[in-house]
Each structure stands twice: as C-alpha cells, then as structure tokens.
Ligand binder design. Structure first.
Ligand SMILES: Cc1ncc(COP(=O)(O)O)c(C=O)c1O
Length: 376
C-alpha cells in the first residue's frame, strides 16, 4: 500500500509565517497599540520602503490591486468610449478594471514561448479610440517592454503596467512598474509580497499623478472634510502595511529561493517528453510567482487528477481566457480570435511554487508529473 504523505500545496503561507512569526506579531501589535488604523506611520513607512524597493518616485497604497488598476485608469482620464488593450491570458481584474472605468477592453494575443503580451498583436489592435495598453508581467516575468514602449510611443498610448505577479522583477536591470506612466501591484496573500488580507499600490514617477491618485483613493481629499472631487474609499489598511513592511525585508531572498526552486524543476523535468517548461527570456529577471508547464492537449485534467492522487496540488492560471468568459461575451470575441491564448489555456498547469518549498518536495512533484505524463 502506498504510504500517505502530506499534500504538497501550490502555495504554503503557513510555512512562510512559521519563519517570520517573531517579526509579524510585534508589528501588528504596534499598530493596534497606536490606535492608528487608517493612514498614519505604518502606511507611510511601508509606502516609503516600497518606493525605495521599486526604485520609483512615488508609491500610493490602496485597498487591493483591482482598485489600483481602476484608479490608474481614472487618473489618466480614461473612460467612456475609450479602448484599452490588455492580454486575455490574465486574471480577470485586468480587464474588469477597464470595464469598471467605463472603457472597453480590447484583447491582444500573447507570445507562444513566454505567454506574455505580444507587442505585435498590441499594434494590430490599435484603433483611433485606443488610449492605453496594460502589459501584465504574468507569472513573475516582465513583458517585452522595449517593444511595448516603442509601440505605445509611436501611437501616443499610456502604459499602465500590471505588476501584480512580479514584485521585484527587472527588465534590462530596471524594475517593472517604472517603464509606463503608472504601475500597479497587488498584495493579495499568495503574491510574492502578500498581505494578511487585501492590499495594493500604484507606483509612478509622476508627482502630479501621485497626488491625484492619493486623493482619489481617499474620497477626493487631502485634508479632512475638504473634498476636491468625488473619489473612493480605497486605502491600504495600517495593519496590512505593517505586515507588508515586515515581509518586504525578506522579499529579495524569497524571490531568490523561488528562482532556485525553478532551476531544480528545470533540471528534473528538462528531458521529460511531451512537457514544455516555462521559457525565461533574455534581459529579464523572473521572480517565479508561478511555475507553469504545458502538457499535451486533452491530457491536462487527467494529469492534474493524477498529481492530486500522488499528493501534489496543481493549479491552472488561467483555464478560461478572458475573451471566452461569460463576463465579456458582449465584446463579441470568438475563441479563435486569439489563437495562442486559446491554445495555451487548455495545456497549462501551475506546479507548487513558494520560497520554502524543499528539494524533497520538488523531487516528489517532478516524479509525480513525470509518471502522470507517461501513463495513458
Ligand atoms: C495579474 C493580476 N492583476 C490584477 C490582480 C488583482 O489584484 P487584487 O486581487 O489585489 O485585486 C491580480 C491578483 O489577484 C493579478 O494576478
């Protein structure tokens, strides 16, 4: 009989907490003791530290990454009748924020190797209504920013970078989020830098935009009871800011561990036939938020089932592309309109990836995947 061992999770937040408990609890207690739950030194302290980390002029915390995207669009004056180009192969928030801002999402295809926004497809989708493009640095790898910025400049488009999965990644040595006019981050718990609840931020080198964004996220005010315009309540919570400050000190080391885990996966899985490993493009640092492989068409669900029975939790990011989602059916896309996105979505599997993953766990995942692919 097979020995029952603990499931290897996709993400292990408990393992991370075990390593930093001594730093987290005093940080939370300090906020509670201070009575400053909204704004105050904890939020300012985190914004400042994250600003230095991102090598950018301004950071404005907000309630979550989805709000950050919507606020970014609002700050650039994008809304009614405007079009914004983004990938369909991403989390729904990217396109949802465009719709919520009142604009129309236009989906561009992805590069077959990296699964990141294809600059040529962006260019093909530009119309006289296009105002902005949102490259998503998916899975932790920066998009081809030279080409995307060149397309944007040629066509007078704003660039808002979705860095929700790429805290700490660099393209040509420069941090993601600093190429476009604005960058946004999510601190959803499972992200490379995750809060213990929701959180998000917008980064920019534009002082005036930062001022506007800060006001918009706080009811259109910068002093109590004086509101220059109607905004929203989307502030980064002080307790979350304290957690993020404690965790940010470890982020570079955690990203390094993710990259090492990816190397071990590569080594163990390199020769498995019928398996495509994630491509790491030149000039980019990859922070491996996710380690995503491709298996042959039609075999994905069986392989995931077999992994599960072998004690491996796998995920799919994302199984249904946005252009095929009921939420966007009114946009009138057909699956074949974005052929690379459509093909990739049915073949991808995310393997367990977190900084604390052990060599033994990676070995067990690799063995389970190798045998799942071989069995028919
Ligand atoms: C690519 C991407 N964009 C945007 C978001 C939205 O962030 P949040 O969940 O903090 O609203 C997420 C994460 O959830 C994401 O993965």
């Amino acid at each position: 009989m097979k020995e029952k061992t603990a499931m290897i999770p996709l993400v292990d937040l408990k393992a991370q907490y075990a390593g930093i408990r001594e730093e987290i609890m005093p940080a939370i207690t300090e906020v509670i003791a201070s009575g400053r739950f909204i704004g105050g030194p904890a939020v300012a302290g985190f914004e400042n530290m994250f600003r230095e980390f991102c090598e950018v002029g301004h950071v404005v915390g907000c309630a979550n990454g989805t709000d950050a995207l919507e606020i970014a669009l609002w700050a650039l004056g994008i809304g009614d009748k405007d079009e914004v180009i983004c990938p369909s192969h991403t989390f729904i928030a990217t396109a949802e924020a465009i719709l919520r801002a009142g604009a129309r999402p236009v989906f561009a295809d992805i590069e077959p190797e990296t699964h990141l926004l294809d600059p040529a497809s962006v260019e093909r989708n530009i119309t006289e209504r296009t105002r902005a493009v949102i490259p998503v640095h998916l899975y932790g790898q920066p998009c081809e920013m030279d080409s995307i910025m060149a397309v944007a400049r040629r066509n007078h488009l704003w660039v808002i970078e979705d860095c929700a999965q790429a805290h700490g990644a660099r393209y040509d040595g420069k941090r993601v989020g600093t190429f476009g006019e604005l960058g946004m981050y999510s601190f959803y718990p499972g992200k490379n830098l995750g809060a213990y609840g929701d959180g998000g931020a917008i980064v920019t080198n534009n002082h005036e935009l930062a001022r506007k964004i800060k006001m918009y996220a706080n009811h259109g005010r910068n002093q109590k009871y004086l509101h220059d315009f109607p905004g929203v309540n989307s502030r980064l919570d002080a307790i979350q800011a304290a957690v993020l400050t404690a965790k940010l000190k470890h982020l570079e080391e955690w990203n390094q561990k993710r990259a090492e885990a990816a190397q071990v996966y590569h080594r163990l899985l390199d020769r498995v036939s019928d398996l495509v490993l994630p491509a790491h493009a030149p000039r980019r640092s990859h922070v491996y938020h996710l380690y995503v492989v491709q298996v042959p068409d039609g075999r994905r669900d069986d392989i995931i089932r077999q992994l599960k029975s072998d004690g491996v939790e796998a995920g799919v990011h994302y199984p249904v592309p946005l252009h095929e989602q009921p939420a966007f059916v009114h946009l009138g896309y057909r699956p074949e309109d974005l052929p690379v996105t459509h093909r990739v979505a049915s073949r991808i599997i995310s393997l367990p990836m977190f900084p604390e993953i052990t060599q033994e766990q990676i070995g067990a995942v690799a063995r389970a995947l190798t045998s799942a692919i071989a069995s028919r």
